[in-house]
Structure formats: C-alpha cells, structure tokens
Design a protein around this ligand. Structure first.
Ligand SMILES: NC(=O)C1=CN([C@@H]2O[C@H](COP(=O)(O)OP(=O)(O)OC[C@H]3O[C@@H](n4cnc5c(N)ncnc54)[C@H](O)[C@@H]3O)[C@@H](O)[C@H]2O)C=CC1
Ligand SMILES: O=C(CO)COP(=O)(O)O
Length: 357
C-alpha cells in the first residue's frame, strides 16, 4: 500500500480482513512511528492497526516481493510517486489507482498519468462511496474496480486484473463490483469532489434540502457530459463510482470536500478554510483542473465553474448562486440538451459573474 493517509490505511485494513499480507509505505516518519509503536496512524486516529500489517518508509523494502501495488497518494502527487515506484518494481506487477482527481498542469486523468510514468504496466482503478473511517470500522461498503481487460465474456472478466484486485479486497463487509470502463469510473471520482464543495457551500450558506438535491442531480449531468466527452460511458456514471460517491460526499460532513465548502458558505476565505489541515480536500485543487479540462473539451459544467469562481475568482457565494440560477432556461433531457436556450426572465440585472450557459 503506497500511501498511508486515511484511505491507504483503511484499504490496508480492508485487504487484511480479506486475508492479504500488507506492507504500508508511509512518507512521514511520525506515521511509521505511530503505527509501529502504538498501532495508530495520525491520519486515521480512531482505529487500531493489527500487528500483521507492516509499516515502513523505505519504499524499496515495501515493494520487495510484492504481487500488487496499491497507489493511494493524493492526485497531485501521483506522478512523482509513480515514477519512484516504477524504478523499483518488476514490469509485470500491476498497480491499483485509488486517487480521485485530475492532474493540475496537464489535465490528465490518473490512468493517463500512470500510463505516462509506468508504460505498459497493468493498471486498475478502485473508486466508489467509501469514507475511510467507515471502511476501517468494518461498515458494509461497496466499491467499483475497473480495468480495461474485463472484456465482454465470462472468461475475460474472470481473468481480468479487476477480478484479481476484487478478490484481494473482498470480505463480508467489503464488496467490489467490476467494471470495464476505468475512464467513466475515474471521472466520477474526480468531479464529485468539486460538486461536494458546491453542496457544502449551500449548506454553509444556510440552505436546506432542495438546493442540495438540485446540485446533486445537475452535478450528475456534468459528470456524464465530461465522462462521455473523454470516451467513458454515461451508464458508468449511474454506478457506485458516480452517483454512489456523489450522493455520499454531497450529503455528509464526514466529507472533507463538503466540510471545506461548508466553511466557504459560512463566510471563510479558501485560505482560512484550508488553514492547518493535514488531510486533503481534493476538490479544491480539482476545481481548477476539472474546469480547465471541460473548457478545453467544450463541455458545459456550470456548477464546477461556479465552485472555481468562488475558490479562485474571489466571487461571492451569493453572486455565484445567482449566476447559476439565472442562466438561460434549458431542457433537462439528453435528447433536448443543446436545443433549448430561453432567455431567463429571472435575470433582471446583468449577471455579475461569468458562468458558462
Ligand atoms: N479518505 C477517504 O475517505 C478517501 C480518500 N480517497 C482518495 O484517496 C487519496 C488519498 O487520500 P487520503 O488517504 O484520504 O489522504 P489524507 O488526507 O488522509 O492524507 C494525506 C496524504 O497525502 C500524502 N502526501 C502529502 N504530501 C505528499 C507528497 N509531497 N508526496 C506524496 N504524498 C504526499 C500523505 O503522506 C498522506 O498519505 C485521495 O485522492 C482521496 O481523494 C478515496 C476514497 C476515500
Ligand atoms: O472519496 C471519498 C469517499 O468516497 C472521501 O471524500 P472526501 O475526500 O470528500 O472526504
């Protein structure tokens, strides 16, 4: 397990429950010390880590003899980490990507980053509605595991990397589903973080259930559009890694992205809301990469754009909301999307904020 933040640690516990032998690689000496001496990780403090899980900050030692590498560092660090791992790992050992994000500078998906840095290496992606704390606690959880080699037949699916990874984690409390659409799976994971910030903002602003339901539903339409533009399938977005993770993170204060948004909605600046946080709110970084990618592909993602405007454009929450709500009136269905655009009579004044139609 390369990365011993909250999620790497919870996945180590899940795999240990599934009977695997785990070595956890941690970047921070205090994490190694905490796990080795007290069986506690400061990133996931409430859970005892069984002695059978080894911990080290020596990457070569962690990778020695391993049959599967699970990469669980945040998306902005995945490229550098993959480069380090590649130099130490035999070519046939597969990797599983668990980061949820789109790379800042390049706009690349995590699978593309791995293809760049680990060319030819078999890769799968694990995503879905799964708070680390609840997985660590052994609460029932279902995730999606996707790899390109799942194929269309029983035989190819059974022999696929996704199936092998699923067996590595499967236990009576952790249920993986297989997918052959890694792209659709990862777009869901990356964009839901930005949308969770939007829902947090609405909650922090004092709004209730209606705005949240609207943001989740129209946010899902944004995920579908981006996934499809990149070659993923709309159908994948209705699965665990799409609507599943979106509903989870958009409706719980356990979500770091939702909580970050909530602080913004309550009036904090982005810097104030992130101050002193050791753990990641990936959506804060990804608001930039998601909107840049959408603009490059010509994909309409007004909610993500509004989140970007609040975090990076200094736009007030109320102005961003008004701009979103008073855009031209559109059709809801896919068939009519793009055909209808009525001037909105609710737009009494010139919009103060540029949000794409
Ligand atoms: N925590 C959760 O419930 C879940 C998290 N994820 C995803 O897993 C990924 C990892 O998140 P968490 O484990 O929650 O992170 P975390 O917020 O618990 O910990 C931060 C992690 O970042 C690492 N880090 C900090 N600076 C670094 C650097 N320069 N290079 C490499 N690593 C560095 C730390 O070592 C630590 O592992 C993220 O992409 C997140 O979206 C996915 C599902 C659930
Ligand atoms: O991805 C997650 C659960 O599936 C964790 O969400 P947060 O990063 O918002 O806490």
């Amino acid at each position: 397990m390369v990365g011993a933040g909250a999620w790497g640690t919870a996945l180590a516990l899940a795999a240990e429950r599934a009977g695997r032998k785990i070595t956890l690689w941690a970047r921070e000496p205090e994490v190694v010390e905490g796990v080795a001496m007290r069986r506690r990780n400061p990133f996931l403090q409430n859970h005892l880590i069984p002695g059978a899980i080894k911990v080290t900050n020596d990457l070569a030692q962690a990778l020695k003899g391993t049959q599967l590498v699970v990469l669980v560092v945040p998306s902005q660090y995945l490229r550098a980490m993959a480069r380090e791992v590649e130099a130490l790992l035999p070519a046939d050992v597969p990797v599983v990507i668990c980061a949820k994000g789109i790379e800042g500078d390049s706009g690349k998906l995590m699978t593309q980053v791995i293809a760049d840095e680990m060319p030819g290496r078999p890769q799968a992606i694990l995503s879905g509605p799964s708070f680390a704390d609840e997985v660590a606690e052994g609460q029932p959880t279902a995730v999606t595991i996707a790899s390109e080699d799942v194929g269309a037949t029983h035989e190819t699916a059974m022999a696929s990397l996704a199936a092998r990874v699923a067996l590595s984690f499967s236990s009576p409390v952790f249920r993986p589903y297989l997918s052959d659409d890694p792209l659709g799976v990862e777009v869901g994971g990356a964009v839901k973080n930005v949308l969770a910030i939007a829902c947090g903002i609405a909650a922090g602003r004092g709004f209730g259930s209606n705005p949240r339901a609207a943001l989740i539903t129209r946010g899902l339409a944004e995920i579908k559009r981006l996934a499809q533009a990149l070659g993923g399938r709309r159908e994948t977005v209705t699965g665990l890694a799409g609507i599943g993770d979106l509903t989870l993170t958009c409706s719980s204060e356990q979500s770091r992205n939702f909580s970050f948004g909530k602080a913004l909605g309550a009036g904090m600046t982005p810097d104030e809301a992130l101050a002193g946080k050791k753990s990641v709110a990936e959506g804060a970084v990804n608001a930039k990469s998601v909107t840049a990618l959408a603009a490059r592909l010509g994909v309409d993602m007004p909610i993500c754009q509004a989140v970007y405007a609040v975090i990076y454009g200094g736009v007030e929450v109320d102005a961003a909301m008004k701009a979103l709500l008073t855009r031209p009136i559109k059709a809801e269905s896919r068939e009519l999307e793009g055909l209808i655009s009525l001037p909105n009579p609710a737009n009494y004044d010139e919009p103060e904020t540029e949000i794409p139609a």
